[in-house]
Design a protein around this ligand. Sequence first.
Ligand code: GLY
Length: 353
Amino acid sequence: MKRIVVKSSKKYTIIIDKGILSETYERIQPVLKGSIVYIVTDDIVDSLYGSVLADSFKNSGIHAYKYVIPNGEISKNSDNYISILNDMANKGISRSDTLIAFGGGVPGDLGGFAAATYQRGISLIQIPTTLLAAVDSSVGGKTAIDLKEGKNLAGAFYQPDMVICDLSLMNTLPDIVFKDGCAEVIKYGILSGNPLFEQIRKPIKKNIESIVYRCIKIKRDLVQKDEKDTGIRQLLNLGHTVAHAIELLSGYTISHGAAVAKGLHLVTKISYTQGICPKEVFTQINDILNIYGFNTDSLYSAKDIANAIIMDKKRSNEYINLILIEDIGKCAIKKTNMADLDSMIQKAMDYRG
Ligand code: GLY
């Protein structure tokens, strides 16, 4: 069992272990206040593990309600959000009760946003069930829903009161969903360098506890320095500016992890062709993406990707913060003029190394 304490606007503990879902009640008891928990989950997670979680509250005196959404990003919408708030109000959930966001990034973000806003904020427990949610979305307090105009356009920074990360839940993940999380783990490997970068050359499942622990610690350290994502936390966006553009261009048919892998590949090429990192770094990152079988082919032209990035970011100004790679374990936030993006991406794509 491993524990990580996050000291942000809220101080909370992340527990990483195997087989602890059935012990949820006793694990979260120290932070439970009211007599009701309201579980937000999706239909797949519910069919696999809903009863294990609900059973942990049997004979505890805690009443557990459940709201089940269909699996998938499509559910992270304003209709479900309002419907959850209405249901919570109808069930008499009070400010002292607790919402449990149970699942991958979608129940985590949607449930988190409901907890952040219901009666101006109630207690929140995150129980991630995917590798991606374990190493990224369940930690750091980003909660959101998508609007028709774009992903995560409404949301709040709202830290959980505890995160229960049961690694046994990763065993039933379809390969493709597990692979999505691997792309995020590779991101952490590039950001932090060794020992993580070396460790993930072997299959992640072999050392999952230590790998998840290392990834969360990297995120914890950045969140503690910059909770509201105005500075150093932006390093966590490595590969993500391009990934979001690819997801948008694909009409969200490409998974987040597959898009992150393509994004990591392209920013590595940009970093090399802009003279920011040496060739060996490009080779090492390419190798690791290959080990995991990621397809790094570009599906879109430089112009399309640049335009999609600009469309996504035009709300702020003419510059964008791109995270570029100087070395394995050394990335930097580079203020980049949007007008230069197209030619930068084209130059990277023209490189056939
Ligand atoms: N997913 C990036 C962050 O939490 O800042």
